[in-house]
Structure formats: structure tokens, C-alpha cells
Design a protein around this ligand. Structure first.
Ligand code: NAD
Length: 483
């Protein structure tokens, strides 16, 4: 059986204690690989490798670093088919999605930061009258930790490690133990691309052991984390007293505000996607749909009709939804559907597990739409992170904003209207790190990415990521005016 080993100092190796975890294929519910179940001693080994690699890597010319990152990007592209198949098998997402979105984006992340680092510059401030000049020296931090979730495995893993190494840091990184396969395969690519040993070390294993050991390691100076809000809270409690630099990209419960003056067909098609892409397991999915009351009944019937036509099936086939990521996650989503009904919500479509012929043990769920009558109900307040959305009407702009903002989260939001004044007013008042207007998941990698409230602290993307992964130091030089 395939063994998903750690990648330390440029080599694959077994976990020190020889412990392994089962890796499931969500499409058929079977174990198909063993994952290194690493602990603090593996993290210590990875840290040593990273620390030894730091002096040389941080002094490697930017052109050389950039060239190596471009090599990684090209090799990901060259391995598109193999990586997409691995991602789909490991995560349950449709192969078509992994082929069109996940793996191309992983390649784009390396390409983007290979280029961005060549354009990254710092500021200078002349203190006129004080005969002095300040400049900001931006230096890599040292050894940094990157921890990523299971929903967009290679996509989010590379979104962190690419800027970290581009900026001259060396890294101890951990992908989710639920979906470790593509990060494991990345090891071969890093070696082939010419990344020096120790620059990027990949540790596999569970959060409370391997992940926690990264966060607790005194030599690891910064942590970039993407995952659930509860885990983020715990991580902050561990890292804050050690004064580590922290970037936290956490959960969401994103509103989708639909006004009657929108481009209806475009809105309807994109809303189906923003609700159920990747089985609803994208932190940016619009899981709370609010519709202006004059449009509500029409939207409800058209939306439910379209959602009912979505095809759920084995990820390798031509389907709209594959499997959700794991059995516990499937059970969590089903339990929320039950809660929704107990709270008085009405299931307009879906609500059940699907038994796909030939893959009866796979984790398949119907795309589910729940009509709710109180925006404070649990299914409207808590992150479900599956193929479940709620819908309810709103009266006017003020009501829409109040409903949109009355959650603890603030990651992204979607707004559908043609009224420019409203676009400006509502965008300013939405409590979210990202507002999409008449579009969704429209990403330019230069833009700041992240959330407010319980959705996180800090921003990734573009120069924001390079700023996070460097420490600014002001150098003030006094000079003599008289020669
Ligand atoms: P999770 O918090 O359970 O795990 C995320 C990662 O943290 C995993 O690698 C896990 O092993 C690790 N981890 C767990 N406990 C840890 C600990 N004590 N110390 C260190 N590491 C630990 O999240 P998940 O279930 O993998 O992912 C789903 C969540 O991620 C959802 O809440 C989703 O909204 C969020 N997410 C957010 C974004 C964003 O950009 N804001 C993007 C994708 C997913």
C-alpha cells in the first residue's frame, strides 16, 4: 500500500516513531494509503533541516529563487493529469474540477510568487531638516510554519509555501491529514525543480500532534494557518504568548445578497456554482442566500429546479458534485440538515445521502436547499461547509445588510445588483474581507485575501503575503550636509 512519507531535507522518510494513519478514498470509502503520523521529533528534524538551509537560501539571489519557483510551477503543469487524479481520489472532488481549478492554481501560485518577488521593493523616508534618511529593510523571518486544510489541498498548501520561500524563508509545512497526497507528490517535483534540500520540509500527521508541534516549536517564528475558526483560536492561544507572527485564514458563513434589479440569468447560474462548487466545501461559498422579497418566489422555484438537476456521482465521471471529504464530515453535514428541520426550516430539495451505484460506501450527499424563517437559526449562523445552503427573503437594503452582517464570521460576500450607488453603499457596509459584485470566485492573485471577525486575522495574496513573510526593519542614516 502507498506510504505517504515525510519530505525532510530533500528526502522522503518514515515518521520517527513508525506510526501511520489510514488514508481514505471518499469516492468509495476504502483505505488506499498510509499517512505518516508524525510527532514533535519529526518536526524537530524538519526544523533542523530548515534552519541549516536558511543562511544559504536567504542569501540566494532573487533571480535564482525566482527561477526555481518557476521550475516548480512548470513541473506542476507538466504533471497536471497525475496530480489532478490524485487530488480527486484523495478529496472526492470531481476530476474535472481538480483538472481545471485546483492543480492549475497550484502551478499559478508558484508562478505568481516567482514573479512577485522580483518586483517586491521597500520604502524610503527622507527626514528633511534632520539630515537623515530612513529605509525599510525587509528581511526573511527565518524558519516559518505553514498549515493548510483539506478542501483545496494543493491549491492552499502552495498559496502559503510559495510566498514563504520566495521571500527567502525556509519552511516546515503540514498539509491536512485528511488530504495529504498531492503535497506528498510535490516533494518529487521540488527535488526535480532544483530546490535546495531543507528549504521546504513537508510533515504529515494529525493536527493536535504534528500541527501543534510546529506551532509550539520555539525556533519557528511565524505561522501561516488556514483552517477552522476553533483551531485558529487554539493556535492563537499557543502562539501569541510566544510572540509569533500569525496569519489566520479561518471559517466563513458568507452571505449572497440578491437584489431584484440584477442580471437574473447570470445571477442564477453563478449562484448554483457559488452554493455547490466542490460540494460546498469552499470557504468562499455563499451559504446564506438572501433575496429581495419581490424576486423571492421566482428565485426560489428557479433555483430549486436548477439545483435538483445537478448530478452527484463518482468524481471520475462527468458530475457536478463528487463525494464530500470524509465520513465524519458527511455525518456532520447530515446532522446540520436535521438541525435545520428541527429548527423549523423547510427542505426545498436534497437533504439525503446518495448511494452511488458501484460506490455505495462513498460519501455522497444531495445538494440541499433549506428555506429558513429566522436568520438567527443555527443552520444560518454556524459553518456547515458542505452542499447545504439556506434561503430567505429580505425587505430592503437595510434589512439585507443587517441579515448579512449578523453572524460572527466575515470572510466573503456576494452582491447582485446593477445599481452603482447601491454597490458602493453596500460594499462599504458589508463586514467581510472580500465583496464580489455580480461575480463570484473571481480571483486576481495580487489582491488582498482574508477575513474579518471570526474569519481571521491578516491578509494573504500579492505583496501582502510577501510582507507577512518578511520582517521590516527601519534603518535610519544620519549624514553630514557639510563636506
Ligand atoms: P482544521 O482547522 O480542522 O484543520 C486545518 C489544519 O490544521 C489541518 O492541517 C490540521 O491538521 C491542522 N490542525 C488541527 N489542529 C491543530 C493544532 N492544534 N495545531 C496545529 N495545527 C492543527 O480545518 P479543516 O477541517 O481541515 O478545514 C476546513 C476549515 O477551513 C473550514 O472552517 C473552512 O472555512 C476553513 N478554510 C478557510 C479558508 C480561508 O481562506 N479563510 C480556506 C479554506 C478553508
Amino acid at each position: 500500500m502507498l506510504k505517504i512519507q515525510n519530505y525532510i531535507n530533500g528526502e522522503y522518510c518514515d515518521p520517527s516513531e513508525g506510526k501511520w494513519l489510514d488514508n481514505y478514498n471518499p469516492g468509495n470509502g476504502e483505505v488506499y494509503a498510509q499517512i505518516a503520523n508524525s510527532d514533535a521529533s519529526d518536526v524537530a528534524k524538519a526544523y533542523e533541516a530548515a534552519r541549516n538551509a536558511f543562511p544559504s537560501w536567504s542569501n540566494t539571489p532573487i533571480e535564482t529563487r525566482s527561477r526555481i519557483l518557476l521550475n516548480v510551477s512548470e513541473l506542476i503543469e507538466a504533471n497536471l493529469g497525475r496530480l489532478a487524479e490524485a487530488e480527486s481520489k484523495d478529496n472526492g472532488k470531481p476530476l474535472s474540477l481538480a483538472t481545471k481549478v485546483d492543480i492549475p492554481r497550484a502551478s499559478a501560485n508558484f508562478r505568481f510568487f516567482a514573479n512577485a518577488i522580483t518586483q517586491f521593493a521597500s520604502e524610503a523616508h527622507e527626514s528633511v531638516g534632520l539630515d537623515s534618511m530612513n529605509f525599510t529593510l525587509r528581511q526573511p523571518i527565518g524558519v516559518v510554519g505553514c498549515i493548510s486544510p483539506w478542501n483545496l489541498p494543493l491549491y492552499l498548501f502552495t498559496w502559503k509555501v510559495a510566498p514563504a520561500i520566495a521571500a527567502g524563508n525556509t519552511v516546515v509545512a503540514k498539509p491536512s491529514e485528511v488530504t495529504p497526497l498531492t503535497a506528498y507528490l510535490l516533494g518529487e517535483i521540488l527535488t526535480e525543480a532544483g530546490l535546495p534540500p531543507g528549504v521546504l520540509n513537508i510533515i504529515h500527521g494529525e493536527g493536535p500532534s504534528a500541527g501543534q508541534a510546529i506551532v509550539e516549536h520555539p525556533g519557528i517564528k511565524a505561522i501561516s494557518f488556514t483552517g477552522g475558526t476553533k483551531t485558529g483560536e487554539h493556535l492563537a492561544r499557543t502562539a501569541a504568548p510566544m510572540f509569533k507572527k500569525l496569519s489566520l485564514e479561518l471559517g466563513g458563513k458568507n452571505p449572497n445578497l440578491i437584489f431584484a434589479d440584477c442580471d437574473y440569468e447570470e445571477m442564477l447560474n453563478i449562484t448554483v456554482r457559488s452554493s455547490f462548487a466542490n460540494q460546498g466545501q469552499i470557504c468562499l461559498c455563499g451559504s446564506r442566500i438572501f433575496v429581495e422579497e419581490t424576486l423571492y418566489e421566482k428565485f426560489k422555484s428557479d433555483f430549486v429546479e436548477k439545483v435538483s438537476q445537478l448530478k452527484v456521482g463518482h468524481p471520475s465521471e462527468d458530475v457536478n458534485l463528487g463525494a464530500v471529504v470524509s465520513q465524519p464530515h458527511m455525518e456532520k453535514v447530515l446532522s446540520y440538515i436535521k438541525i435545520g428541520v428541527e429548527e423549523g426550516g423547510k427542505i426545498l430539495c436534497g437533504g439525503n445521502r446518495v448511494k452511488v451505484q458501484g460506490y455505495e460506501n462513498g460519501y455522497y450527499l444531495e445538494p440541499t436547499v433549506i428555506e429558513v424563517y429566522d436568520d438567527q437559526c443555527r443552520v444560518n449562523q454556524e459553518e456547515i461547509f458542505g452542499p447545504v445552503v439556506t434561503i430567505m427573503p429580505f425587505k430592503d437594503e437595510a434589512d439585507a445588510l443587517s441579515k448579512a452582517n449578523s453572524v460572527k464570521y466575515g470572510l466573503s460576500s456576494t452582491l447582485w445588483t446593477k445599481d452603482v450607488d447601491r454597490i458602493m453603499r453596500v460594499s462599504k457596509r458589508l463586514e467581510a474581507g472580500i465583496v464580489w459584485v455580480n461575480t463570484w470566485l473571481n480571483r486576481d492573485l495580487r489582491t488582498p485575501f482574508g477575513g474579518v471577525k471570526a474569519s481571521g486575522v491578516g491578509r494573504e495574496g500579492g505583496f501582502e503575503a510577501l510582507r507577512f513573510f518578511t520582517e521590516p526593519k527601519n534603518v535610519c542614516i544620519k549624514y553630514n550636509q557639510n563636506s
